[in-house]
Every structure is written in structure tokens, then in C-alpha cells.
Design a protein around this ligand. Structure first.
Ligand code: PGA
Length: 250
């Protein structure tokens, strides 16, 4: 039985005040989340604050991105070792906003995935198709291509030590959630593809669903056999809503 993970991706949101309020709301209710593993991914600059606020809590934290480089003349970048110094457990890589708005391709994403692993972080690797790709019927090819770039660089074993997130781009921030069955179909495809390479990796890897998950729809998504939690954007900015999602996994 894989543990449910609910990870909040705060994106470009928050301030010192709002983050203090959000974290105290989450820690006040984390006890009701049963066995669900909870994580939050703040903007880089707030990670030290969040690390301090979460000391003693069971909520983990991570980054929304990571440099593919470890050190040197790379203006604006943040390395995995730096994130590790502030207690990060996870690093999101390949989020569709990075891929589409910042032109990060499959190979670059794979190098970021490798950087996370070599600095002791667990990558949360995002994959997913756009609306146009779904309408053309190429969802599986797109997701397979995104996974293959990482497997080619890091090997199938590395997938067993990361978290995957299936996030259909058309469902992110749009209020349009994939139906539990639509999401399950892609999750089952991903697990099946991995099983063809290594059954143990396929059985072990947590595959999260992301895209307009809320308290009201989380339970039916998490009840699907291949959905092992959620990557939550908008709803992770509200402690009550985020905790309702966490509870749905518990
Ligand atoms: P959303 O974002 O929950 O706001 O749709 C999900 C994500 O981008 O991870």
C-alpha cells in the first residue's frame, strides 16, 4: 500500500505575514490528516522561514524548482545543496509552468531531476499534456516522452526514488479537474509503462494527480487505485482547504 502524499505548490504567492498565517493554520490541523504525508513548496526566499515555522511538525517542505548546476557563475540559480541546508526534502521539477512559460524542455528537466538526486533531494517530476495534445489523442505519447528523457539520463531505478505528478495542463488553475477516471487512466498508463521496465519501481513509485484539486474532489481522486495523492496549487494557499485535501487522503 503506497502512502498518500499531498504537496502544496504555492507558486509565486505569499508574503511574510500571509505565510506565517498559512503555516500556522496547517500545523494546527495536521493532526487530523491521518497517515497522509504532507509537504509544502514555498517560493525560494521563504524556505528558511517555513523551515523555522515547521520545526517539530510532521509537514515536510521543498522547492518549486532547482538549478541543474551545483555551483559557479549561474546568475539567479539556486542549487540543490543550498536547498538541503534549509531542510528541503523535495524539489519540484518539470512543472508545466516551467516547461511552457520558461521553455524548459525534457532534457533540461531531466538534468534538474539529476541535480535534485545528487544533492539528496527527492524530485517531484511533473508530466502532463496540453489541451491540444489531449484533443489530438497523444496524451500517452507526451507523458511517455517526458518520462523517457529522465529514464534515459538517470535510469529506471531513479524513478523508484522520486515522486511523479501527472498534471494535465488543461486542468491546472482552470477549475477543470480531470475526472477521477480520466486521471486514473493516465496514472495506470504511467505505472504500466514503468512496470514494463521494472515491476518493483512501478509498484513503489507514488504518482500524484495535480490540476484543480480541492477539498470537494480530493477523496474521489485519491480513491483511484493508481492515484497516490495530489500536487495542489491554488487550494494549497488556504489552510482549511489544503487540510481538507490532506484529510481526504487519511
Ligand atoms: P492548481 O495547480 O491546483 O491551481 O490547478 C496545480 C499545480 O500546478 O501544481
Amino acid at each position: 500500500m503506497r502512502q498518500i502524499l499531498v504537496a502544496g505548490n504555492w507558486k509565486l504567492n505569499g508574503s511574510l505575514d500571509s505565510i506565517k498565517t498559512l503555516v500556522s493554520g496547517i500545523t494546527a490541523g495536521e493532526g487530523d490528516a491521518g497517515n497522509t504525508r504532507i509537504a509544502v513548496c514555498p517560493p525560494f526566499v521563504y524556505i528558511p522561514l517555513v523551515a523555522e515555522l515547521l520545526a517539530g511538525s510532521k509537514v515536510a517542505w521543498g522547492s518549486q524548482d532547482i538549478s541543474d548546476q551545483d555551483t559557479g557563475a549561474f546568475t539567479g540559480e539556486v542549487a540543490g545543496a543550498m536547498l538541503g541546508e534549509f531542510g528541503c526534502t523535495y524539489a519540484i521539477v518539470g512543472h508545466s509552468e516551467r516547461r511552457s512559460l520558461y521553455a524548459e524542455d525534457d532534457d533540461f528537466t531531466a538534468r534538474k531531476f539529476a541535480a535534485a538526486r545528487r544533492t539528496g533531494l527527492t524530485p517531484i517530476l511533473c508530466v502532463g499534456e496540453s489541451l491540444g495534445e489531449r484533443e489530438q489523442g497523444v496524451t500517452e505519447q507526451v507523458v511517455a516522452r517526458q518520462l523517457d528523457a529522465v529514464i534515459a539520463l538517470e535510469g529506471i531505478g531513479a524513478i523508484g526514488e522520486c515522486v511523479l505528478a501527472y498534471e494535465p495542463v488543461w486542468a491546472i488553475g482552470t477549475g477543470k479537474t480531470a475526472s477521477p477516471q480520466q486521471a486514473q487512466d493516465v496514472h495506470a498508463f504511467i505505472r504500466g509503462k514503468l512496470a514494463g521496465l521494472d515491476q518493483a519501481v512501478a509498484d513503489k513509485v507514488q504518482i500524484l494527480y495535480g490540476g484543480s484539486v480541492k477539498g470537494a474532489n480530493a477523496a474521489e481522486l485519491f480513491a483511484m487505485p493508481d492515484i497516490d495523492g495530489g500536487l495542489i496549487g491554488g487550494a494549497s494557499l488556504d489552510a482549511g482547504e489544503f487540510l481538507a485535501i490532506c484529510k481526504a487522503g487519511g
